[in-house]
Design a protein around this ligand. Structure first.
Ligand code: SF4
Length: 458
């Protein structure tokens, strides 16, 4: 992409903002939403038996903490910790199925963490068995897992495939040893690639690699080296996440020496490099931070303006509801967002007490639903049709969202959006600022906080 993105424009618009895996975003949710509210949502879902589901299982255990980690991870030396955790997942599943009824159709099943492949093979079998006993997982559905190559093996990859996982994501971050040392995650390139090729041979339908830019010690040259190496392997999709340095939210990040950490325009140039190299290699830029081969279904969905996004990332197979299990799991059920306890002890104690481990949530108002749809359209499909329809609304979106649309006018003058007769379209330049555009529709954003919860635009 030969497009010039002027430095002064980037610096002007470089402000903290959400990545909008949900709207409203988690900081707007409250602890006033609890177990009773979640049960009410589940009862509503029980009354809609034909609605399809996505299911997320959080497996928090890791071999060792990485300094940069922004996930809800647990390092435990306690023998039997994983089995004890799966006992609680089993109880949580039973409690949900008790309200919902058994055999609900699941079209997307995802295991995240933590490190899901920290589980031993019999534990994987057990957890999958619990999920399959609770739900009817569509044989054509997406069954995906995140894997840490430092503990993954070719045998494990073959085992996971044989168990029915059809998509796998390997965490790479960066191949450069100096970067790995700075983030407390030493990971041999050869071992990662051995696992990658084993996944290919095992027949996964999608093998994805995850990178992070903006890490300490990353330079343009070093990151170019990692990117070229990655491209040569030909992954189906690559996520290239922006490192968010927020030690006031993630205290472990205090271990990171920020002396040589790229920020501002320097950090943007790393991402720009990824965009250019992936484009040259035949990948399309998806949403804010993903790349997919041009024939991959995500890239096709973007061209056809039918891409979606949920807590698991970009998807072509949206289910109207997402159930989450395990510590810190986040669900989206009948217009309620719900989050489980993010502390292992709290999660387990609540399940042991026979309750659902909900600690916060949010019930979406009609206004929330409309703004969510507007933000989703901008984030995924880079446009906002005026005729968006949300059940319950009589008026067209351009009347209901007049405040946000008016706030887009200055961006039109900067060349970020075009106002067409039937929609607002994000331009090639505007793609770099899509989070800024979405923030104009966010009715909850705290525009005054000195210690932001979100990373900056670049
Ligand atoms: S980055 Fe991944 S492997 Fe490292 S601590 Fe976090 S969840 Fe665990």
């Amino acid at each position: 992409m030969a497009l010039d993105v002027p430095r002064e424009l980037l610096e002007k618009h470089d402000k903290p903002g959400p990545r909008y895996t949900s709207y409203p975003t988690v900081p707007a949710w409250t602890s006033g939403f609890g177990e009773d509210d979640y049960r009410a949502a589940l009862r509503e879902l029980a009354a809609r038996p034909d609605d399809e589901l996505s299911v997320y299982l959080h497996l928090p255990f890791c071999a060792k903490h990485c300094h940069y980690c922004g996930c809800n991870a647990v390092v435990s030396t306690e023998k039997g910790a994983v089995d004890a955790y799966l006992d609680r997942v089993e109880r949580e599943l039973a409690a949900v199925v008790d309200v919902l009824g058994p055999g609900r159709r699941v079209v997307q099943l995802h295991w995240g963490g933590g490190t899901p492949n920290f589980l031993k093979d019999p534990q994987v079998e057990r957890a999958l068995g619990l999920l399959r006993a609770a739900f009817a997982v569509d044989p054509r559905g997406e069954v995906s897992i995140e894997v840490d190559p430092r503990i993954g093996t070719p045998e494990q990859a073959r085992f996971l495939r044989a168990q029915g996982f059809n998509r796998i994501s390997l965490g790479v971050q960066d191949f450069e040893p100096a970067v790995q040392k700075a983030i407390g995650r030493l990971q041999k390139r050869d071992r990662t690639l051995e696992l990658y090729h084993a996944c290919r041979e095992a027949g996964f339908e999608g093998v994805n690699l995850d990178l992070v830019y903006g890490l300490p010690e990353q330079t343009r040259d070093s990151f170019a080296h990692t990117l070229r190496d990655i491209i040569e392997q030909g992954p189906d999709r690559v996520a290239c996440f922006s490192y968010a340095h927020v030690p006031w939210v993630r205290p472990r990040q205090k271990l990171i020496n920020t002396d040589n950490m790229p920020s501002g325009f320097e950090k943007f140039e790393l991402f720009r490099l990824a965009i250019d190299l992936f484009a040259e290699a035949g990948y399309d830029w998806i949403g804010i931070d993903h790349f997919a081969r041009r024939d991959d279904e995500l890239a096709v969905a973007l061209r056809e303006r039918r891409l979606h996004r949920n807590f698991m990332g970009y998807t072509t197979r949206p289910a109207p509801h997402m159930l989450a299990f395990g510590m810190s799991g986040i669900g989206d059920v009948c217009d309620r967002f719900v989050q489980n306890d993010a502390e292992l002890d709290g999660y387990q104690a609540t399940v042991d007490a026979g309750r659902l481990p909900v600690v916060k949530g949010h019930r979406l108002s009609d206004d929330d639903r409309l703004r969510r749809l507007a933000i989703l359209n901008l984030m995924c499909n880079l446009e906002l049709p005026y005729a968006l329809t949300v059940p319950g609304f009589g008026a067209p979106a351009d009347e209901l969202l007049a405040d946000g649309l008016a706030r887009l006018l200055p961006y039109r003058d900067e060349g970020f959006v075009e106002f067409l007769p039937d929609r607002v379209r994000v331009t090639d330049l505007g793609r770099f600022f899509v989070r800024n555009l979405c923030m104009e529709f966010d009715a909850y954003l705290d525009r005054t906080s000195e210690k932001p919860l979100f990373s900056k635009t670049i």
